[in-house]
Design a protein around this ligand. Sequence first.
Ligand SMILES: [Zn+2]
Ligand SMILES: [Zn+2]
Length: 451
Amino acid sequence: MRITTLPFLAGAVLAGVLVPAAGAQRAVNMTAMHEEIARRTAVVMPRVIAWRRDIHEHPELSGDEVRTAALVAAHLRALGIEVKTGVGGHGVVGVLRGGKPGPVVALRADMDALPVEELVDLPFKSTVRASYRGQSVGVMHACGHDNHVAVLMGAAEVLAGMKASLPGTVKFIFQPAEEGAPNGEGGAAPMIREGVLESPKVDAIFGLHVFPGPLGSVGYRVGPLLAASNSFTLTVRGRQTHGAVPWAGVDPIVVGSQIVMGLQTIISRQIDITAVPAIITVGAINGGIRSNIIPDSVVMIGTIRTFDATQRRTIFANMKRTAEEIARSGGATATFVVDSGYPVTVNDTALTNQMLPTMRWAAGGAGAGLRPLVTGAEDFSYFQEKVPGMFVMLGVTPADRDPAKVAANHSPYFFADEAALPNGVKVMAALAAGFLASGGRAASAVGTAGH
Ligand SMILES: [Zn+2]
Ligand SMILES: [Zn+2]
């Protein structure tokens, strides 16, 4: 709310005050650059759509992105880009060295799909099945990462065509396992461990995600954008007995049910929800094998979403206490284990302000604007812990539908309107080219634009 008018303020400050001498010249260059990006985007779009449909029809679960990675690597090589494969799993990294010296900017796309059976009726609908945690599942690009891959392949082609005039280097990061590999770890952290942000050293990174939103619009935030995400496992141990003789044992199903309800009162009764929101979700409960046996134990798994580190610690402590004390009241025990999770996705203030004119150009009539907080999480946050980064949201809701009412990401009905993708290619290409053309990241935040 405080920064509703920021886009216009920051843009004016940047153009008029920050770089007054170079401003006019740079504005002309930026205009020519934007026109070239638009022209090259129009040329590559039919193939972006074809790639997107191909990838959508052949989705691969986190950690299995073999086909997608091969498609990406072949395309980058054909563009004359230096390619490294097998980075942090099936990650692919391309390095495009411009014709002039300058900073290094990275563009990131995630490649993995989800264990969701597609229910959208498309000519390129996924019918792929795979094994996930021992279960046979449908596989679908229900988070829209197919769009991210195709958009970044398109942006790579646009930027490769401008290679001679680029003042710096563009690194293309095609990341596996954003949704978390079966072992729980996402793909960003292993890519960073394997040096994806080094040699050449990355000065700034940009990422994009498709979301329900006005078609082709570009959404952003200064500061926190997406939540921190932590998975937990809660094991309730009772004592096995015959289902007809419950008093002879301890029923972990009844105790577990009480714990599920107890956990919800942490958010509703123990957290200041006027500060930042938080979420606790139990996503699976497993216990028992047949109708007349009370089992020994129940295991539940779930996720916690927070936007503040202190609040996150409080929630962990209260969950542990709630589970243990409720279990004790029923004569059972509870063990609460929480993983290290994904951090909050936080957009760098100076970088976001600096790139506002670029986002507004790329969004065109669809508009670039501030987004509300998103309780989803992104392991793009790991890159942002290392280098200044900005993550943007591309609206993909068909023009005749209400973004508030369409199926969200991860739904079997999630649908991305391809008409938004030209703006996706434009924003990614222009963020990279614009960042290089401005000589890197502005030294400090502009004016009072901080979060
Ligand atoms: Zn997702
Ligand atoms: Zn996603």
